[in-house]
Ligand binder design. Structure first.
Ligand code: SF4
Length: 228
């Protein structure tokens, strides 16, 4: 049903459509076998809104590293109240204390790839192994590694269909959507943080820097390993 040719046809079909069309198709096709992996960035909040308008039963989960900013945890509660739902919290099998015992305190300062692997990639892999498709809020203009992402694609890394409904949106499309529907977002965005991850690895960006320049500052790294 989803060989590479069919996936390519679908990505072309949705390339010029609205994100809502992609979301509607994905939900009708996969239903409970699909889930949206949400990081609560501005993009992801637009997807939450569109997806829950498509169906209040849509599955939404987040990878809680136990290291989010307090503003992010507050935003999660705020969105749960607004949409009268509970997002599924997915955690690493390795609690922070165990990670510290095994690898030392603040592993993120020494080997952030290993830390991301333990706290994000491994739990995501486990979660995705139970699904046929996952949805993300990535956009092409965010990083060179995302520049070739398709609306619908086969995820070679995790072995399932990946749906990226707003992949071609520009930053102003995201802001326009949030303003149009008066949706709350993380207040850190207004304090110089265009991209927000774990508190120890996220810094504000300087004028002219790319939107993910504040992530893992000082390391040659701009992805957690969730997206190729
Ligand atoms: S973003 Fe930083 S703290 Fe969070 S999992 Fe990755 S390395 Fe660890």
């Amino acid at each position: 049903m989803f060989d590479k040719e069919r996936i390519q046809e679908l990505s072309l079909e949705f390339e010029n459509g609205k994100p809502q069309d992609t979301i509607s198709w994905a939900f009708k096709t996969f239903n409970k076998d699909m889930a949206f992996a949400c990081s609560f960035g501005m993009e992801d909040i637009c997807i939450i809104d569109m997806l829950l308008k498509e169906s209040p039963d849509a599955r939404i989960f987040y990878l809680d590293t136990s290291l989010f900013f307090k503003e992010t945890y507050e935003l999660i509660r705020k969105l749960e109240d607004r949409y009268k739902t509970k997002f599924e919290c997915v955690k690493s099998d390795c609690p922070l204390e165990k990670q510290a015992q095994q690898y030392g305190d603040e592993l993120w300062k020494i080997t952030p790839d290993l830390c991301c692997n333990i706290r994000k990639v491994a739990p995501l892999k486990k979660k995705l192994s139970t699904l046929q498709a996952w949805m993300t809020g990535i956009r092409r203009e965010q990083t060179p590694t995302r520049a070739n992402a398709k609306t619908v694609e086969w995820d070679e890394k995790f072995n399932l269909v990946k749906v990226n409904p707003i992949v071609k949106w520009a930053c102003h499309d995201v802001l326009g959507y949030l303003l149009e529907y008066d949706i709350p977002y993380n207040p850190l965005h207004d304090k110089g943080y265009p991209s927000i991850g774990c508190q120890p690895c996220t810094y504000p960006v300087n004028p002219g820097e790319d939107s993910r320049a504040g992530r893992w500052r000082g390391f040659n790294k701009n992805e957690c390993g969730l997206h190729k």
